[in-house]
Design a binder for this molecule. Sequence first.
Ligand code: TMP
Ligand code: ZN
Length: 397
Amino acid sequence: MKINKCRFCRGKLDLVLSLGDFPVVNYFPNESEIKKEKKYPLELCICRNCGLAQLNFILDPKKIFQKYHYLSSVSKPLVKHLHNLASDAIKKFNLTNSSKILDIGSNDGVLLEEFKKKHIEAVGVEPSFNCSEISTKKGFRVYENFFDQKLAKKIYQDYGGFDLIAITHTLANIVDLNDFMRGVKLLLKKNGVLVIEVGSLKKMLSDFKFDSIYHEHYSYFSFETLSKLLAKHNLTIIYSKNNLFHGGSLRVFAVHKEINTKASKSLGEVVPSDYKKFVSQIKIRKTKLQNLFSSLEGSLIVGYGAPAKSVTLLNYLSLRSDQISFIVDSTPYKQGRFLPGAHIPVFPEEHLNKVKVDYIFLLAWNYKDEILKKIKSLVKKPVKVILPFSREIIEIK
Ligand code: TMP
Ligand code: ZN
């Protein structure tokens, strides 16, 4: 569905960037499903009134999330990041074994497990059936639904309020932001704390990392737009910090406005020139990367990691299996299937020691350190590693 008004404030949307038509990023088709695959427009806009960066084509969340091939547990650095988030919250807000936690967008239950290890009750909300089923099997109570005000009322009847509500890399995936926040407000105890982590728009723009743009990211938050959303729902940010996760994220802790009216200071605004530079750089990078791949014709090139962002990147660069022979990825759901749109086959990571490859295109660039370690132990050397957002090519001898 195409929209022309902001989903948060109903302001008019201005087009920033049109990337073309793209498939759903977190459903990897098998051979017979490839023919039925659909593509939808991907256009980044900004609201003239509130400044929220967002897409103007809203793909039905049911089409995106019901069968979801992304699992948090398969990426070790992500598990560690969530472990640190839980420890940080427990320490900062004196959470004890009588505290109750709600994780909205709990995927396969990694954060729920971190709280359980500390004997703190944690409840999840996860609309993707295959993911919620995994955490239910681990013994967690998970509401297998999209979170909204209606579900919040039901959760309130079952549990009352929560001491901590965690929304990590989930807020971008919410269509009706105001309804969602009304539900959060209802479930946050009087002295409760809300922790939100989102990809940082400012960092995405400054590093020209356009591959974070895909249909399930309906919104792209800066500190300013996130504060506006929270303020509208009478929530105040008391602590905020940027971190380098996923190439640049923004973590904030917020409480009810009645508890604390002194807001944390801004982490910097996004200005119109940031968008301008971003748009012009993307086109330059596209040409550079396409030229690089043309110059490598005859070499065996494979991809490492098949994250959602690789679907945007490879489709934008029009790279297909004649240039990238296969991709390896640790997610069981993706293996034996094909990368959406580009239709490059995906294999388990161990597949890399079966063939002699010349170049590896590091598609999950946010896990560079972890993956370089794996490449060193798995791959027949020498091999060269291409990073999509750096001019450097790493030689492993
Ligand atoms: P993400 O960047 O959206 O978290 O996705 C990372 C993808 O990369 C996910 O499909 C899992 C995959 N991956 C590997 O294949 N090997 C690894 O060592 C890591 C850390 C991730
Ligand atoms: Zn707006």
